[in-house]
Design a protein around this ligand. Structure first.
Ligand code: KOT
Length: 829
């Protein structure tokens, strides 16, 4: 650092950042003219976006520097959130709102000849995630910064995020998402690099004291380069860091010998192989595909992050046993579980600690969050692959398992079944490493993401571990969402209205203050404005539907929305079967009868994993139904079916505030939590849903009279499935009519949907679509009836919003901080 006498000069010139319109405009013009090398003659919306973002980035990075300085000086414990996915969405609007300068920017942009809405729209989403798990990580970063916790996120800087979805002739087509063309939000740190080793072999030697030491040698080296994204807190100077690693060939790797000898291709191929590691996000949600490159990504990211964390700790010159007092690492699902093994390797092989001492440090450092009970999503790696890619790590895993099984044997003598069932190594062909078991054994706390889910993991997939470690190791932290993005940013008018009734924007820092809204429920003017805002949000979506799909929908109709990843367990098929049922019923009515029906727009959106054939069939059916229904003159406004292409975070910000009713209808026990359910209710929409995930806690908070629940309970699912397979399985009569319509070709080539129908009718109906069909239809009828009474409907919406305080990710982060990480905020004066 700079010597004391020279610091005066630095302090004099320290960047202060703009605070008013003039200062903002000056920064924008400067960036247009110098950074972008443009002028007022050729500054388009893209350039105006870039310059605005750079102006805000400059501000953020100044605060970022101060925050890091403050945290280093305070020398308190930090949290590290390891996630392979961060579904951030756009950054500019969020940055403007969080630093409290959106109005300043709006005025400035206006004077410079642009509209702020158009500028915001220029930004490409940072879509480094699939769905709920990645978006949760993004909400957590917002809360960590807003609550002043010293925290870093660590992830991968994918060159390609989640693919862009196009719908062509009713089918999903995937287009690559190259988002890095110009990304003003990242800071490349070419000086922060880590060399990561793969393959090779392990040699053992004895040291002077006769202790065996392992040496991992040979193999190949890939370099990790850090890219930092500043994460601004809301109404606080705290600005945290998201560090994303990018892979490149290590300087030793690019073979100049080969290159100079004219073997260009193979020298370039080596380089490309290295860069492939961080090239692309795997597009699977709730599915584990076991590809070697994925394991490489995991180790690359985990090893670089741990090196960074350990380097920071070593600067404090503390003893190793103090590591868990300085560092808490949270594993976002099992994807970063190799971190457990890597830290043990660093401590034992490199730092020379004894196994037991190292292991105590490791287990005190890590916490593990489970996000799913679906068997196909539980991560396992073939022992052979692990041996090949990470030979030393496999040895350590075997040792961890050995010592673990010894403690199990002590606690449950002669219980072979127990040993087999909890072993980290699954003794099958080929042998597999069970990552969830490794994560449990390597952590001090394991949590699920909603009460039902946390109960389920403790009584089903991890029940033996509860017997071994005791119930205290397992806990629940119900998910939450950030009200800054999902209310203030997505629904500014509603945020203002709420502020006017609750005494300012305090609720954005303490969401429980929403409860003050209940006092205004009888205020007719307030309800009217509430309804007007909902209507305006629906009009905006209506225009978007017209522009993108050329379908005219009536903004006064009930907007029924299901937007999320397409998955059989989430049951978009139940929804579309219900839509067909409604269509057939309308067709069977007399014109007079039809006139009495309530108009509805069924809106779908979401991506299917490219390899998930059945999910793609579901998308195809929805689109085919839309094609028939939307142009049926007998139906008109009574029913429209819309598939919104390329659902992502920024589209969610437009769709969520426009919903009257949203669908969260997973088979009970399959959706760990769900978080969009929270977003929809917070924006004044009601829910039709099953007793699953966080729906249950939402019901408890808002009251069962304010939610439309239906369907089988989780405790009955297993018996029903059993009965389907071993008893006689008859399909619901109404659903059979739907199947007949599909098979008569009403919605296109019947063969296209044969497998979807057969899954329910002939193959055991694993997701209980038929069992829940009638109660779904009945409940939708109740929705129709209740929606007719708009005054009562609006009251329900307001009452629900008033009771949503619990679902802030701030509450959630405080629970992690207290119950799992043992960290405290760093108060900023
Ligand atoms: C993906 C791959 C492997 C294991 C789990 C997943 C996963 C789980 N991806 N997203 N989830 C969702 O996580 C959300 C946040 O906790 C939950 O709300 C949602 O129910 C999960 O499906």
């Amino acid at each position: 650092s700079i010597p004391e006498p020279q610091r005066e000069a630095w302090k004099k010139h320290q960047v202060q950042g703009f605070t008013d319109k003039d200062g903002f405009e000056k920064e924008v013009v400067r960036h247009v003219e110098t950074t972008l090398a443009r002028s007022l003659f050729n500054c388009d919306e893209g350039a105006a976006y870039s310059a605005t973002s750079l102006a805000f980035r400059d501000r953020l990075i100044t605060e970022w520097n101060r925050t890091q300085q403050r945290q280093t000086t305070a020398d308190t414990k930090r949290v590290y959130y390891l996630s392979l996915e961060f579904l951030m969405g756009r950054a500019l609007d969020n940055a403007m709102l969080n630093v409290g300068l959106k109005d300043v920017a709006k005025g400035g942009i206006d004077e410079l000849g642009f509209r702020i809405e158009d500028i915001i729209e220029q930004e490409h989403d940072a879509a480094l995630g699939n769905g709920g798990l990645g978006r949760l990580a993004a909400c957590f970063l917002d809360s960590l910064a807003s609550l002043n916790y010293p925290a870093w996120g660590y992830g991968l800087r994918y060159r390609y995020g989640i693919f862009k979805q196009e719908i062509i002739n009713g089918y999903q087509v995937e287009v690559p998402d190259y988002w890095l063309d110009f990304n003003p939000w990242e800071f490349p740190r070419h000086d922060v690099t880590v060399d990561i080793q793969f393959y090779g072999n392990v040699r053992k030697s004895q040291d002077d004291n006769g202790k065996t030491v392992a040496h991992w040698e040979g193999g190949e080296i890939v370099t990790a380069v850090a890219y930092d994204m500043p994460i601004p807190g809301y109404a606080t100077p705290s600005t945290n860091n998201l560090r994303l690693w990018s892979s490149k060939a290590s300087s030793g790797e690019f073979d100049f010998q080969k290159f100079n000898n004219g073997d260009y291709e193979s020298s370039v191929a080596d380089q490309q192989r290295a860069e492939t590691i961080s090239a692309v996000l795997y597009p699977n949600d709730n599915l584990d595909r076991g590809k070697e490159l994925r394991l490489k990504q995991q180790y690359f990211w985990v090893a670089a992050s741990l090196y960074d964390i350990v380097r920071r700790f070593k600067k404090t010159k503390r003893a190793w046993r103090e590591f868990p007092d300085q560092v808490a690492i949270q594993l976002n699902d099992t994807h970063p579980t190799l971190a457990v093994v890597e830290l043990q390797r660093i401590l034992v092989d490199i730092e020379g600690l004894e196994w037991d001492e190292a292991w105590t440090i490791v287990t005190s450092t890590f916490g593990y969050t489970n996000h799913t009970v679906l068997p196909e999503a539980l991560e396992k790696w073939p022992v052979g692959l692990m041996q090949h890619l990470l030979p030393r790590h496999l040895q350590i895993i075997y040792d961890i398992n050995l010592f673990f099984l010894q403690t199990v044997e002590k606690k449950f003598p002669n219980d072979r079944e127990m040993l087999t069932s909890v072993s980290i190594i699954e003794e099958c062909q080929p042998k597999m490493v069970r990552m969830a078991y490794l994560a449990i054994v390597g952590s001090h706390k394991v949590n699920g993401v909603a009460e039902l889910h946390s109960d389920l993991i403790q009584t089903t997939i991890f029940k033996d571990f509860v017997k071994i470690f005791g119930a205290d190791k397992f806990t629940n932290v119900t998910n939450g969402i950030t009200p800054r993005r999902w209310l203030h940013q997505a629904n500014p008018r509603l945020s203002e209205l709420i502020a006017s009734k609750t005494g300012g924007h305090e609720f954005l820092k303490d969401l429980t203050q929403l409860n003050k809204l209940e006092l205004s429920i009888d205020d007719a003017a307030f309800r009217k404005e509430w309804a007007e805002i909902k209507y305006a949000n629906k009009v905006r979506l209506t225009k978007y539907i017209k522009k993108t799909l050329d379908v005219t929908v009536n903004p006064s109709a009930l907007f029924d929305v299901q937007v999320k990843r397409i998955h059989e367990y989430k049951r978009q098929q139940l929804n579309i079967f219900g839509v067909i049922h409604r269509y057939l019923a309308l067709k069977a009515m007399s014109p007079e009868e039809r006139k009495k029906q309530l108009p509805r727009v069924s809106i779908f959106g979401g991506k299917a994993a490219p390899g998930y054939w059945m999910a793609k069939q579901i998308i195809h059916l929805i689109n085919n139904v839309g094609a028939v229904v939307n142009k049926d003159p007998e139906i008109g406004d009574l029913l429209k079916v819309i598939y919104l292409e390329d659902y992502n975070v920024s589209k969610a910000e437009m769709i969520v505030p426009a919903s009257d009713l949203s669908e969260h209808i997973s088979t009970a026990g399959t959706e760990a939590s769900g978080t969009s359910n929270m977003k929809f209710v917070l924006n004044g929409g009601l829910i039709i849903g099953t007793c699953d995930g966080a729906n249950i806690e939402i019901t408890r908070e808002i009251g069962q009279e304010n939610i439309f629940l239906f369907g089988t309970l989780s405790e009955d699912v297993e018996d029903l499935r059993h009965a389907h397979t071993y008893g006689s399985h008859t399909v619901d009569a109404g659903l059979n009519k739907v199947f007949e319509a599909i098979q008569s070709g009403t919605f296109g080539e019947p063969n296209d949907f044969g497998a979807m129908v057969a899954a329910v009718r002939d193959h055991g109906d694993y997701y209980l679509v038929s069992d829940d069909f009638q109660s779904y239809i009945d409940t939708q009828k109740m929705v129709d009836n209740e929606y007719r009474n708009q005054d009562e409907w609006i009251r329900k919406c307001i009452r629900s919003v008033a009771r949503m305080g619990f679902f802030s990710s701030d509450r959630c982060i405080n629970e992690y901080a207290e119950g799992i990480w043992n960290v405290e905020p760093l108060v900023v004066n």
